[in-house]
Design a protein around this ligand. Structure first.
Ligand SMILES: Nc1ncnc2c1ncn2[C@@H]1O[C@H](COP(=O)(O)OP(=O)(O)OP(=O)(O)O)[C@@H](O)[C@H]1O
Length: 251
């Protein structure tokens, strides 16, 4: 479970303090996906970086499984906006990176890596470097790395945003099928309303300037492909879009 209570974060910019998040409270129950959606600049990435333990200077409380965030002791799978692949490491090395940092041996990871690559459609690319892959393939490598780690929590910052609509839907399916095996507690930032509705059992709607959680929406439609074509899904999407527009954002 991820618990964020009264979180405020400011940046020093242009010689003054700029507040990025103000009094944000949000809980992601164990084994669920929470989609975070809101206008550009409302602090979604900042929130992810705090939960990932990358930003330490904040006010409020952030806990993972009831304990303060500690990336050294916890397994935190983080897929940042640019997928976080190291350009000087091969695909295979990138996939194993998180596990290797946690002390797992390369030979113990081989079979699982191979199975994940096959599952994600990137088998045979293990010896290439990230710049030799398409954007979609890089995202698959990022997903493989995140799931190989078997993390305590998974944080994904706009994981499918650079993809065309068809590939994005394919990747959402791949993510869901992997997620359904492990039910990793996941926080997923997106600016696609349909993605939030399809993947998030809970949707946190954020508003900007400074960012705070405007509304938490429980979403019974998540994870069910058949629901995607139902009038209820469209109606909920329409309502979410309306709310985001009212806050001055685009969706
Ligand atoms: N390192 C930084 N220094 C100063 N200000 C920053 C820094 N990082 C982010 N900000 C500011 O904090 C606010 C929140 O940024 P953040 O990237 O968290 O928003 P976001 O919701 O993820 O945006 P987007 O949807 O465009 O990716 C913005 O006003 C941004 O300009």
């Amino acid at each position: 479970m991820i618990e964020v209570e009264h979180l405020s974060v400011g940046y020093d910019a242009d010689g003054k303090k700029q507040i990025a998040l103000h009094d944000v409270s949000l809980t992601v129950p164990q084994g669920t996906v929470c989609a975070v959606i809101g206008p550009s600049g409302c602090g979604k990435s900042t929130l992810m970086k705090v939960v990932a333990g990358l930003i330490k200077n904040y006010q409020g409380t952030v806990r993972i499984g009831g304990r303060p965030v500690n990336p050294q002791k916890m397994k935190i799978g983080f897929m940042p906006q640019n997928y976080g692949l190291l350009p000087w490491k091969t695909v295979g090395e990138n996939i194993c990176l998180g596990c290797r940092i946690k002390g797992e041996k390369a030979k113990d990871l081989a079979a699982r890596t191979k199975a994940l690559c096959a599952r994600l459609g990137i088998a045979g690319l293990e010896k290439r470097y990230p710049h030799e892959l398409s954007g979609g393939q890089q995202q698959r490598v990022g997903l493989a790395r995140a799931f190989l780690l078997r993390p305590d929590i998974l944080l994904m910052d706009e994981p499918f945003s650079a993809l065309d609509a068809i590939t994005r839907e394919e990747m959402q399916e791949v993510f869901l099928s992997l997620w359904q095996e492990n039910h990793i507690t996941t926080m997923l930032v997106t600016h696609y309303v349909e993605e939030a509705l399809y993947l998030g059992q809970r949707i946190a709607l954020m508003s900007a300037n400074p960012g705070f959680v405007q509304e938490i929406i429980e979403n019974p439609l998540a994870g069910n492909a058949a629901e995607r074509q139902q009038p209820e899904f469209f109606a909920m999407g329409q309502s979410l879009r309306e709310k985001i527009r009212e806050m001055g954002g685009r969706s």
